[in-house]
Design a protein around this ligand. Structure first.
Ligand code: SAM
Length: 301
């Protein structure tokens, strides 16, 4: 397979490059998100602290902690679904989606369910939530997490997102797309050299089909959040720019509880729609987590 020049191709677009490389070389800190369907932040903190775990609050998320002590997955609190072990960066797409009780919501690529269970918690288990995952071997983990975390309003479906049936429309859709996952390199050392050009090209073709379908499934005035955990502009701004060319979609400014980097508007000779600067790029050295990309799109009312 063709190998790209690794992460170095991002040198021009990632600010504070040396700090970025240093952060990528450090292990990923373990983080948990309190599951408000099963517990309260204070209770999780007290119970785990009593058991000898060292918790540090993450300043931009009142339900998030770093945990330095190993073994938290083997506690009764974990088995009871009082929290979900999740990269801190992975909680951001749901915050941007802003799910509300009573909404009708589609999570188009849902396994293993980190974001789906977070959406259900924001909805307080009220309103239909469709958790879609076409890959059979990934469905058991999705269903187990839905069950363990006390999610009552989700139904699991198994369509390929690009052909998800058009008979229902949604207030909100999350497309946390299959991607080259370069932003997970702190836990997946095989990704330290970046993804290959052929992988990125294949995924970007799939993402373009998925984002158009996800948009078409929205009600008028509905909101789509597109997220990835990769740095590749072809899979990020390139995908969003494709949607803007195909549909009358409105791209909104992504607002996060910290300063994020704006989306890039040009890349390797390609010009993207200028609005893609409203998207957010999140880097490991800025929030001590993994990397990611988020776009918030609205269908005109
Ligand atoms: N949202 C999940 C979470 O927070 O736990 C992670 C989703 S992961 C980034 C992307 C998912 O997309 C994978 O589970 C993968 O199996 C699924 N997927 C792959 N091809 C797909 C397709 N054509 N349509 C919908 N989902 C697909």
């Amino acid at each position: 397979m063709q190998q790209q020049e690794g992460l170095a191709r991002y040198r021009e677009i990632i600010p504070d490059w040396d700090e970025f490389l240093a952060a990528c070389a450090r292990p990923l800190p373990l983080a948990i998100r309190v599951n408000t369907l099963r517990s309260r932040t204070q209770d999780v903190r007290e119970r785990l602290t009593r058991k000898g775990f060292s918790l540090t609050a993450i300043p931009w998320g009142d339900d998030l902690f770093y945990i330095e002590t190993p073994g938290v997955s083997k506690t009764i609190e974990h088995w009871l679904g009082m929290f979900y072990i999740q990269e801190a960066v992975q909680t951001l797409p749901v915050r941007v989606l802003d799910p509300q009780s009573g909404d009708t919501i589609l999570d188009m690529a849902a396994a293993p369910g980190g974001k789906c269970t977070h959406i259900a918690a924001c909805m307080k288990n009220r309103g239909p939530l469709i958790a879609n995952e076409p890959v059979g071997k990934r469905q058991p983990s999705l269903m187990a997490n839905i069950n363990r975390l006390g999610v009552l309003n989700a139904t699991v479906t198994s369509y390929r997102g690009e052909s998800f049936p058009m008979h229902t429309s949604f207030d909100r859709v999350l497309l946390d797309a299959p991607c080259s996952a370069e932003g997970t390199l702190r836990k997946e050392s095989s990704l330290r050299d970046g993804a290959t050009a052929s992988t990125i090209a294949r995924l970007s073709r799939l993402q373009r089909r998925l984002i158009v379908r996800a948009y078409d499934l929205l009600k008028s005035g509905g909101t789509l959040v597109y997220s990835t955990c990769t740095f590749a502009p072809e899979e990020n701004e390139g995908t969003v720019s494709h949607l803007l060319a195909e549909r009358d979609a409105l791209l909104e400014q992504v607002s996060l509880p910290f300063d994020a980097t704006s989306g890039v508007t040009t890349w390797e000779g390609e010009e993207y729609a200028p609005e893609v600067s409203r998207c957010a790029r999140i880097y490991p050295h800025h929030i001590d987590s993994g990397g990611g990309f988020i776009a918030r799109i609205r269908k005109p009312a």
